[in-house]
Design a protein around this ligand. Structure first.
Ligand code: NOJ
Length: 749
């Protein structure tokens, strides 16, 4: 019975997927062109298309391989002349003239660097995220890159994992919205547009759940969790029309993604109807040998191709072994043909056959004024105000002297963040530069960094920084992480501020002057102690090229913070994993649990009244998901549901009044959370379902509405079917995941 149900669900999903995903519906003319070309290709040329190399040496070094048709794609070449020359070899000197796709990791900007994706996610603004990806596409395509390995949409609930910086944080819905926005921005209106670059949602799939936050590590995500939490952003990317996908490094429940037919064939192709190309991660095919999943590179090629991989990144097992594997009948000719079709389809869609070259003497679009302005906007909207006692911020005209301390105040390279191959620090504007410019002669700026870089442990400069603080009206302390402390293979076991940064904050706070701590980092850090010593805390993640002017505008009140945490901030590392959408457990904790110091000596052991929390950390995080203050305040009221009882094909309309009750024009990110109370399987205590940015003048009130189709309450249930289960639901509208009064509604059959 269950099998039948699953089969039926698959057929239904397949039917839905093929009519509703964004993957372009197959165009008969295009398919005919692909088949025609395929029919002329030798086996060697077909396998050549499945080979991606990293650029090496000079043009002559690569052209021999290109002439023989042995290369389908080249990554990491950014020199326009060289790209044109290599393309000319492919078009004019290879037998069939098949163009090469040039690829690059354009993760949060090409030259103009935007905030790291985790920072962009804090904006809760898909429009600015799409605009950022568009800028990245315009800049990178101008040198011939037509394929980026982004967006990274791995759900990450462990900030020890350095790659949390590259994604949109812990939440499935937020990541789905932001990932789709990035796909749209990269790919523009049509892939065929010369300023469009093919997106590559990665890492497919589950990579963000690497055990202990150690990069490349195993994951243990059961199918239901995979389908409910980790897969939806990738499905949203497919619906947005993502042209390519990249497999991930991890083995999930023992199966490395690069050899996982369930995710590559069943889910991606059959259920979602994806018809683009799937590339491995860097050598992730042959890394299946170290995983213990393939005996040698021949078996690695066999397992990846048969699992549904189309192109291999840099490890050459396809070119080396596929001819023999076909001869032996272990890989079917049709498997190769399908892979090549998927690759050619993307090359045709990108218009590479018709427009393979770029004009070389066009005016440069790199670092265009409008790009810098968009990057600044993104940096403004990415900043999260975590604390602001006594209205310390914005700084007013009463402030005559500011002391700027900390290793991140003037660190143009570090503030760009991880995965920056092309942005140049010479173009970066730091907070020190921007604040000096803004203050001019009106405010005296004393700069005493105290520490040379974030990991600096020498205390020798701290006294000077404290002396500067003593002379100032306010201290601006720029702390955090150098960019190299996050990103690939840069996991941390301890999330406290590195080096002597804590000592620096303590020393400047001791002067009694108000301290504004500005954090630039690749992840949420455990900054509870420092926040306590600070009057205000502004968290920016790594804000990119225009981080300085954005922060200066925020500190001095030209802009008002509006960012919200895209990930839960733990009080201490031992609380990890810590995320708001957890299940309740049989013994849910309350917010007032007794802490370690209140337990009497020789207390009797009992399980009565025990709940799920830490003796030494309690239950709450330092800052919950969705949290962020403003210089203004907002009140939510009059929350109404269109109906208290809904059918499964109804749309729930939630309306509420949002008022700016403070004195600054400001933007609030209003959030809608839902809880499915009782399910055939346990469900999260809250799930984000909608959000919107609302800008209001002081005193202004607006009625805001969210439309939520009941179908979006569906989840994979006990029978592994995606269904809405009837019953009671809780609903909250609030400014973060912990606030708001609960409303209830019922879904009936
Ligand atoms: C390895 C990384 O995991 C992936 O994200 C990246 O796109 C490739 N290297 C190519 O640089």
């Amino acid at each position: 019975m269950n099998k039948l149900k699953v089969l039926f669900a698959c057929l239904l999903l397949f039917a839905l997927a093929s009519c509703s995903t964004g993957t372009e519906t197959k165009d008969k003319k295009l398919e005919a062109k692909i088949d025609n070309l395929l029919s002329q290709m030798t086996l060697q040329e077909k396998i050549g298309q499945m080979n991606q190399i990293s650029s090496f040496g000079n043009i002559e070094d690569m052209s021999g391989l290109i002439k023989k048709g042995e290369i389908g794609s080249i990554l990491n070449e950014t020199d326009l002349q060289k790209i044109n020359a290599l393309q000319r070899v492919a078009m004019e000197e290879s037998r069939l003239g098949i163009p090469i796709i040039f690829a690059r990791d354009v993760i949060h900007g090409f030259k103009t660097i935007f905030p790291i994706p985790l920072g962009q996610a804090a904006s809760f603004n898909p429009e600015i995220v799409e605009a950022g990806a568009r800028v990245a596409a315009i800049e990178s395509s101008s040198v011939g890159i037509r394929w980026t390995f982004a967006p990274m949409i791995d759900i990450a609930r462990d900030p020890r994992w350095g790659r949390i910086a590259e994604g949109c944080g812990e939440d499935t819905y937020l990541t789905s919205v932001m990932g789709a926005a990035m796909v749209k921005g990269f790919q523009g209106d049509s892939l065929n547009n010369p300023t469009s670059i093919a997106a590559c949602p990665k890492h497919f799939v589950g990579y963000g759940a690497a055990e202990g936050g150690r990069d490349y590590n195993s994951t243990s995500i059961p199918e239901r969790l995979m389908r409910n939490v980790y897969l939806p952003p990738f499905e949203a990317a497919a619906r947005a029309g993502a042209a390519t996908y990249m497999t991930s490094f991890n083995d999930n429940d023992g199966v490395p993604s690069t050899g996982n037919a369930f995710i590559l064939k069943q889910v991606l192709r059959n259920e979602w109807g994806f018809d683009g190309l799937v590339v491995t991660d860097w050598a992730s095919a042959t890394e299946m040998i170290a995983h213990g999943f393939a005996a040698d590179s021949k078996e690695a090629a066999l397992k990846s191709v048969n699992a549904g991989v189309d192109m291999e990144m840099v490890s050459y097992s396809f070119v080396r072994h596929l001819p023999e594997l076909i001869k032996e009948g272990k890989v079917k000719q049709s498997t190769i043909d399908n892979a090549v079709r998927n690759i050619l389809r993307i090359k045709f869609r990108l218009g590479l056959f018709d427009n393979p070259y770029l004009e070389e003497d066009k005016p440069s679009v790199l670092y265009a004024e409008s790009h810098l302005a968009t990057a600044k906007r993104a940096a403004v909207e990415s900043a999260i105000l975590l604390k602001n006692d006594n209205e310390t911020l914005p700084l007013t005209s009463k402030v005559k002297t500011v002391a700027i301390v900390g290793p991140l105040a003037d660190a143009p390279y570090e503030q760009m963040g991880t995965w920056v191959f092309d942005g140049e620090k010479a173009h970066t504007q730091t907070p020190l530069m921007a604040i000096r410019e803004m203050c001019g002669d009106n405010v005296q700026v004393i700069y005493e960094p105290g520490l040379a870089y974030s990991r600096d442990k020498s205390a020798s400069g701290i006294a000077k920084a404290a002396a500067a603080a003593a002379r100032a009206d306010v201290v601006l302390a720029f702390v955090g992480e150098e960019s190299i402390l996050s990103g690939e293979a840069h996991s941390l076991a301890d999330l406290n501020l590195v080096g002597a940064q804590s000592e620096l904050i303590a020393a400047v706070a001791k002067t009694g002057k108000p301290v504004v701590t500005v954090v630039m980092a690749g992840r949420p850090l455990t900054i509870g102690k420092e926040a306590e010593l600070s009057a205000a805390v502004l968290y920016n993640f790594h804000p990119g090229t225009m981080g300085g002017p954005a922060i200066a505008d925020l500190l001095f009140g030209k802009e008002v913070p509006s960012g919200k945490t895209p990930v839960t901030f733990p009080k201490m590392t031992g609380q990890i994993p810590l995320y708001y959408a957890h299940n309740n457990s049989g013994r849910p904790a309350t917010r007032t649990e007794t802490l370690i110091d209140n337990i009497p000596v020789e207390a009797a052991q009992t399980s009565l009244g025990n709940t799920s929390f830490y003796l030494d950390a309690g239950f709450d995080p330092l800052y919950p998901f969705g949290y962020g203050l403003s210089y203004s305040t907002f009140t939510y009221g009059n929350i109404k549901l269109s109906s208290a009882t809904l059918k499964k094909n109804d749309v729930l309309t939630v309306s509420f009044d949002l008022q700016n009750s403070g004195k600054y024009p400001a933007t609030e990110v209003a959030q809608l959370y839902v809880q499915d109370k009782i399910g055939s399987v346990t469900r999260p205590v809250k799930e984000l379902k909608r959000f919107t940015r609302v800008t209001l003048e002081p005193g202004e009130k607006k009625t805001v509405t969210f439309e939520l189709p009941v179908s979006e309450l569906a989840f994979y249930n006990i029978d592994m079917m995606k269904v809405v289960e009837s019953g009671d639901f809780g609903l909250w509208v609030a400014g973060d995941s912990q606030s708001g009064e609960e409303l209830v509604f019922k879904v009936i059959d």
